[in-house]
Design a protein around this ligand. Structure first.
Ligand SMILES: [Zn+2]
Length: 235
């Protein structure tokens, strides 16, 4: 089963690319999980123009079955830590004191809720978070899903469901649940072409994220193996 995850929706974004993505996904009836940055202060991302009626657009996406996620708070990396999913060695969350993480989650979650968006999913900027991030999410939100782990299938651990996310580009992968992660703001024509070619051949294998796919299953041997291979390759 394939899932699609789109990162970095925010008040400042590359609207032309996001609309191109929306048209493409509508064409193949694919509904992604999209991550919203509640209070974007990332210099790279705030370079994009402010989107008029941004929250209205976010609600229109959830109305058509796209699944919203909380994607950090301000998207500014403040540590050189990789945490428990060390895809990168920088983070908005990993290594940040618990109280400060609680504040970020509290404020970010409140901004989404105030604008009519109720996320059940979190994924951190740079993919990096730690146990305190999970504690903060538990204390400050109703979120119980992390869509960010190198694994074969969904597993349950520390009161959270972890959904695999293994690739930044579409390709055939043998895992039971595969999530492809895209950043529409920065996509090139070639990226769109490759995505479209893959969708036209494999659209039927894509699913919409649903609570029904969450299982209270422990992390298994295959999950550990894939985790090991994933991080060995990255090194
Ligand atoms: Zn991001």
């Amino acid at each position: 089963m394939y899932l699609l995850r789109l990162d970095d929706a925010s008040l400042h974004m590359n609207l032309v690319n996001w609309q191109r993505m929306e048209t493409l996904l509508d064409q193949y009836s694919i509904k992604p999980v999209f991550g919203i940055i509640p209070h974007n202060q990332d210099e790279m991302l705030t370079a994009y123009e402010e989107v008029p009626d941004f929250w209205k657009m976010m609600r229109s996406w959830t109305d058509k079955g796209w699944i919203p996620a909380l994607h950090g708070y301000n998207h500014v990396y403040e540590t050189a830590s990789g945490g428990i999913n060390p895809v990168n060695s920088f983070s908005e969350f990993a290594g940040v004191p618990l109280e400060r993480q609680c504040q970020k989650i509290h404020d970010g979650y409140a901004i989404l809720r105030q604008n009519g968006i109720c996320p059940a999913i979190f994924f951190a900027p740079g993919h990096t978070f730690d146990r305190n991030t999970l504690l903060a999410l538990e204390r400050e939100s109703q979120i119980n899903v992390i869509l960010d782990t190198a694994a074969n299938d969904v597993y349950y651990r520390d009161h959270f469901y972890f959904v695999p996310q293994q690739s930044g580009k579409v390709r055939k992968l043998p895992m039971k649940v595969v999530t492809f992660c895209y950043h529409p703001n920065a996509m090139t024509d070639a990226d769109f072409d490759r995505l479209e070619a893959f969708l036209s051949a494999n659209a039927g294998r894509f699913s919409v994220f649903s609570q029904g796919m969450l299982k209270e299953r422990k992390k298994g041997v295959l999950d550990y193996l894939i985790h090991m291979l994933y991080f060995a390759r990255r090194r």
